[in-house]
Design a protein around this ligand. Structure first.
Ligand SMILES: Cc1cc2nc3c(=O)[nH]c(=O)nc-3n(C[C@H](O)[C@H](O)[C@H](O)COP(=O)(O)OP(=O)(O)OC[C@H]3O[C@@H](n4cnc5c(N)ncnc54)[C@H](O)[C@@H]3O)c2cc1C
Length: 388
């Protein structure tokens, strides 16, 4: 039988391979990655400075060790450029063709790039993998001031991490408060104040329009007419599913590669998992859903089809200056948020109810994060265990 092939060695690819090997130690398994295949916890990229970790220290094991552990062939620095669905074969950039029995796309997400003017428009660095983090660390060696374009979750995490190690930070973002799409205004204001307290400057309600080199620094021009001069510019304006391969193979795409609850795409021999996958309408680019999906897909790949269930899955935001746990309601749900300030300690509780008074999401900050379990238990599943 031709092998199972997983494209991608991120958290999704490696977790799936691990789950699969728990069930089947015989079936040939090939993993292909355009990077060096090191296994690492990507969430640590936005708090590794505080922890004093270099890229090598963030990495847990190299591709050779992973191949041994997983009894798999791991092909690194190889990019898959085409899927030939008719012949159940994929084509590498080198021209090599490899046949598959079942194919899993675990190709992740790529940073959104803003269209900027200026002679240094391309200098803005996105930190989305270990190589990016290596470049970030090396540029930081001489940087005293970093401009972050993007005031969302990742931008705020990097601002906190840089602030913690004494680097001046300016955050630029279009909304009036940071993380405005995830936080009620009052909580966002407290977050902003906490980060201000560790030296973060804010340029909110405006966007970056151009980056120019000035001596050894960068001049970031803003729509407001101001400019921020910094030694390094980080772009943190969001991630989008990596859909190129799937699109060229004419698989159904929406915000991500569309799958059903078996993680199966519109081709019965091709599955998708992780940041690239939109599972039954949910495009969730974080770790918890991927771990659950990997368990289910591993079963399916061994011939025991299993649907994935998503309970409510909170995310701990890595802003230790202002602890935050968020569990956003499903998208497109109408409702309102009720806020309650902590009377005995710090923080605010925000509870999101739909029009029928059903709790569908929450935000907890400061000391209130200790109440996490209470509210998780009250939330309905995102994808319940009722079969489809
Ligand atoms: C800075 C940062 C902080 C985060 N913090 C958190 C957090 O605190 N909590 C949380 O839950 N989530 C967090 N996330 C999100 C989480 O890290 C991701 O959801 C998860 O790591 C995605 O894993 P993945 O395997 O789907 O994708 P990736 O890790 O992006 O892996 C994609 C893989 O596909 C390979 N690939 C892509 N295209 C091809 C091709 N054509 N041919 C061959 N190989 C290819 C790549 O080389 C790579 O190996 C964070 C993300 C970032 C960027």
């Amino acid at each position: 039988m031709d092998p199972i092939i997983i494209i991608g060695t991120g958290v999704a690819g490696y977790t799936l391979a691990r789950e699969f090997r728990k069930l089947d130690t015989e079936q040939a398994l090939i993993m292909i990655s355009s990077d060096d295949g090191r296994n690492y916890p990507k969430p640590m990229l936005s708090n590794a400075l505080t922890k004093g970790k270099t890229a090598d220290q963030v990495a847990m094991s190299d591709a050779g060790k992973m191949a041994e552990t997983l009894s798999a062939t791991i092909m690194t620095e190889q990019t898959v450029v085409k899927i030939d669905r008719q012949n159940k074969s994929l084509i590498l950039a080198s021209g090599e063709a490899i046949k598959y029995n079942k194919l899993v796309l675990a190709v992740g997400a790529e940073p959104v790039r803003l269209k900027l003017e200026g002679d240094a428009a391309d200098a803005a660095l996105s930190v989305n993998n270990l190589n990016d983090y290596t470049a970030f660390r090396s540029k930081l060696a001489t940087a005293k001031h970093v401009a972050i374009i993007g005031s969302g979750l990742i931008g705020c995490e990097f601002a906190n991490d840089l602030g913690n190690v004494g680097i001046a930070v300016s955050v630029i973002g279009p909304s009036e408060v940071p993380m405005n799409s995830l936080l009620p205004r009052q909580i966002a204001i407290e977050l902003q104040q906490a980060l201000t307290n560790i030296g973060v400057n804010w340029h909110l309600g405006t966007t970056a329009t151009a980056i120019n080199s000035v001596n050894d620094q960068y001049d970031v021009r803003l729509g407001s007419g101001e400019s921020v001069v910094a030694d390094l510019v980080v772009s943190a304006v969001g991630l989008k599913a990596n859909i190129k391969l799937a699109q060229s193979a004419a698989l159904v795409i929406n915000r991500g590669i569309v799958t059903d609850r078996y993680l199966q795409t519109s081709d019965p021999n091709i599955y998708a998992i992780g940041d690239c996958a939109e599972v039954s309408g949910h495009h969730l680019m974080y770790i918890a859903p991927t771990l659950l999906a990997a368990k289910a897909l591993a079963q399916t790949l061994t011939g025991a089809p299993m649907i994935v269930n998503y309970p409510a899955m909170p995310v701990a935001v890595k802003t230790p200056s202002y602890p935050l746990i968020i569990c956003p309601p499903p998208i497109n749900v109408e409702g309102s948020c009720q806020l309650e300030h902590n009377k005995t300690g710090s923080g605010i509780k925000g509870l999101f109810f739909d029009e029928n008074g059903v709790l569908l999401g929450f935000v907890l900050s400061g000391d209130m994060i200790s109440q996490k379990q209470v509210y998780i238990k009250m939330l309905p599943d995102l994808l319940s265990s009722i079969p489809v």
